[in-house]
Design a protein around this ligand. Structure first.
Ligand code: FEO
Length: 395
């Protein structure tokens, strides 16, 4: 992966940190390659620091900042987002540099006081900016773009017009530390960017689209999100992906199968389904929902256009991991997919009916054919599987 270590342009320098210690991001997402908390300094006649970092990295971040400042003092701290992984070092920053003016949306300044009631920065050292306001630093100028609900209500972006850099808060972010090793075929860690988008921001596609319409009017040469790599190459590809994800588009060909299986019979059946789909030239990805971090199959469900859900009947309901999975999908406005259902039930199969009920009201197409496994894959169920494949793959 490209070394994004410290310099973005001559005047805009990276001072963020990489977190490989975290167990669960936001206390729910595994991050096998860690996470970065990004922060920058714009050096000009006036100096602006762009966001802080998680409180566990305050000292490392302050040390990065001091190196870049080289004895100078910052004039402004621009706060794009108040979530604690970015605002967690504000209090110590202000204690170190009490003359700095804080620049944020009015909502962010209110939140700042809520998170830190002990905070005593005077009112004349806070600037509440709104849509289109500018902050001149010398040759660099920031224009503020409000981005409510991408991902919290106080979020704003800023556009720096000299080097044409968009500071995009959580938008365009990705899981993965900036010093992690990435697959050469996925240099901008697209899967982890998708998982970040769907998991963190995915509920707010409409709001993402609203802000995309505003920012795409600018000439953007680099995007600096609060997590993940600085985006300079492949910018258009990234923007296209963001448009796809935020409008419920499909970006993977093939079929996704998500299942739960108590004793392995449903698992055996979905592997048979995979084999049959493979014979028809279909790429298939499979997840055992009980044995993975759910955010992975959730992100993939928003990538594929065709999804098969297979689960057991369990206490006249469905297996708990499948119920949770469907709740995650619905919360993120799961739509525009063709869905096939496989149920298992040794005495009173009800799983397909329960899954249909949970998906009711979502704008998806559920295949009429249901595969019912009366404990194991019987010849009758095998025939239903063939019918389901035909329906699933039909235009
Ligand atoms: Fe990394 Fe919504 O903050």
């Amino acid at each position: 992966m490209e070394d994004y270590s410290m310099i973005l342009t001559d005047d805009i320098q990276y001072i963020g940190v990489n977190d490989h210690e975290i167990d669960l991001f936001e206390s729910q997402f595994t991050v096998p390659q860690g996470i970065a908390y990004n922060s920058y300094v714009i050096l000009d006649e006036k100096i602006a620091v762009m966001d802080t970092v998680d409180k566990h990295f305050t000292e490392e971040w302050l040390s990065n900042l001091k190196k870049v400042l080289d004895g100078k003092k910052p004039d402004y701290l621009v706060i794009h987002h108040m979530e604690c992984d970015h605002s967690g070092s504000i209090a110590k920053f202000v204690a170190e540099y009490p003359e700095t003016t804080l620049v944020a949306s009015a909502k962010a300044l209110t939140m700042l006081q809520r998170f830190h009631p002990e905070f005593t920065h005077s009112e004349d050292q806070k600037i509440a900016v709104k849509e289109g306001d500018t902050l001149n630093l010398g040759k660099h100028e920031l224009t503020f773009i409000m981005a409510p609900m991408v991902h919290w209500p106080e979020v704003m972006f800023s556009y720096e017009s000299c080097d044409k850099v968009l500071f995009s808060a959580d938008a365009f972010g990705a899981f993965g530390a900036n010093d992690a090793e990435y697959d050469e075929i996925d240099p901008i860690c697209l899967k982890e960017a998708r998982r970040y988008y769907i998991g963190i921001v995915g509920k707010y596609g409409r709001q993402v689209q609203a802000v995309m319409k505003k920012v795409l009017n600018y000439d953007i040469q680099a995007i600096c999100a609060l997590h993940g790599p600085i985006l300079k190459p492949d910018l258009q590809e990234y923007i296209d992906n963001y448009n796809c994800w935020s409008t419920g588009g499909v970006d993977s060909e093939g079929v996704l199968i998500c299942y739960t299986s108590v004793y392995g019979h449903t698992e055996k059946a979905v592997h048979k389904l995979k084999e049959k789909l493979g014979a028809k030239g279909q790429e298939v990805e499979i997840f055992d929902l009980a044995r993975c971090d759910i955010s992975f199959p959730v992100a993939e469900a928003f990538s594929y256009g065709k999804v098969v859900l297979a689960t057991t009947t369990y206490n006249a309901d469905i297996f708990p991991y499948m119920r949770t999975f469907l709740e995650w999908l619905k919360e993120r406005n799961f739509a525009n997919r063709k869905i096939g259902l496989i149920e298992n039930g040794s005495w009173a199969p009800a799983a397909a009916k329960v899954m249909k009920g949970l998906l009711e009201g979502t704008p998806n197409t559920i295949c009429e054919t249901v595969v019912t496994l009366p404990s194991i894959l019987t010849p009758e169920a095998d025939a239903q599987m063939d019918a389901l494949i035909e329906e699933l793959l039909a235009d």
